[in-house]
Design a protein around this ligand. Structure first.
Ligand code: NAP
Length: 320
């Protein structure tokens, strides 16, 4: 199978390329040539730029499928589709669980959950626009390719090479052991999908030439923030004491912390993706692999969470 990957050299796309190569696919990469330029030296690399709309490098060639992992706004997908036309068999768009409405969603919700209204009037991505822009991308891909379109909507993706590093915060924090400040409640549900499981879902959907929408969430068994932190501690051989602190005492957008009203959005059903072949790596394995990766790269500073000093101050001054 010949697969063109738009992106493919950062976190999610890299995992997809690695899985596709394991499955024996011929992979071509398209990107600016800036990220991960040391990766995949044997693969053809077409140079272009989605920001400026430069798709000239795609003027020749045919592929059984394109995986669009770097499309965020409708202009991205429309320009790519115009460049590729019918020289691709299937268009698989990597979307996000952020397309779904945020309220009125019960636990176990599936891919037929209502989506937010599409946004086409902005390319500035933030909490309000990211999901609606992905909705517009999905709609345009479906309108152009119909049954040859596949939509994959990941929840929080975790694993080695994670550029967002929110999961890494907890892996590293638990490895330090001791009293751990947990904003909100340790019983909060958490869904994280291992990047390698997501990647294998993508290649299976392509191999099986399967249309439709699939949200990719994990792990295998429902889990909570508290259990996740304890799993991280076990992987590192440490002991932790979870100390709940009020959400508003912690920095905003704290890693993996979700306000109670949105807990059901962290309890989506993985049934459709699993039936289509998505594996479910056990959480302890994902944690252990992230711990090893983070240590091997020398544990650079993380952009999220609390420093040890800030956490100690918070634990000393805050009562739940
Ligand atoms: N991480 C999560 O938890 C999560 C959750 C839900 C959905 N997702 C989705 O998963 C995808 C993330 O993919 P990713 O981790 O591989 O990272 P990404 O940052 O979306 O993509 C980076 C890749 O795209 C290329 N790229 C970036 N800007 C480009 C441009 N202007 N023109 C052409 N290529 C460009 C990069 O190579 P060059 O820099 O060399 O161009 C690199 O290969 C996104 O679609 C995101 O919405 C992620």
């Amino acid at each position: 199978m010949r697969i063109l990957v738009l992106g493919g050299t950062a976190f999610v796309g890299r995992a997809i390329v690695e899985d596709a190569l394991r499955e024996g696919a011929d992979v071509t990469l398209f990107g600016r040539g800036r990220t991960g330029s040391h990766l995949f030296p044997d693969l053809p690399r077409l140079i272009g730029d989605r920001d400026t709309g430069d798709y000239a490098a795609l003027r020749d060639g045919e592929w059984d499928a394109v995986v669009d992992v770097s499309g965020y706004v409708p202009r991205h997908v429309n320009q790519a589709m115009a460049a590729l036309g019918d020289r691709v068999g299937r268009y698989l768009f990597v979307s996000s669980h952020a397309v779904y409405v945020q309220t009125g969603v019960g636990p176990g919700s599936d891919e037929d959950t209502p989506r937010r209204p599409p946004r086409r009037d902005t390319e500035v991505l933030d909490n309000d626009t990211y999901g609606p822009c992905k909705v517009a991308c999905e709609d345009d891909v479906l309108a152009r390719y119909g049954d040859r379109a596949t939509i994959v909507r990941p929840g929080k993706v975790v694993g080695p090479h994670d550029v967002q590093e929110t999961f890494t915060y907890w892996v590293r924090r638990a490895a330090r052991g001791g009293r751990v400040a947990v904003p909100g409640h340790p019983d909060q549900p958490v869904q994280v999908v291992d990047s390698r499981d997501l990647a294998h879902l993508v290649t299976r959907l392509l191999t099986d030439d399967r249309p439709g929408a699939f949200h990719a969430v994990g792990p295998a068994e429902p889990t909570t923030l508290g259990t996740l932190i304890e799993t991280c501690a076990r992987a590192a051989g440490t002991d932790v004491e979870l100390v709940p602190i009020p959400i508003d005492a912690a920095p905003a957008h704290f890693p993996l912390v979700t306000p109670r009203a949105q807990w059901p959005t962290r309890q989506r059903s993985a049934a459709r993706a699993q039936a289509a072949g998505m594996p479910t790596t056990p959480l302890p394995i994902t944690v252990a692999d992230v711990l090893t990766w983070d240590r091997n790269r020398g544990e650079p500073p993380l952009p999220h969470g609390l420093s040890p000093e800030a956490e100690a101050t918070l634990l000393a001054t805050t009562t739940p």
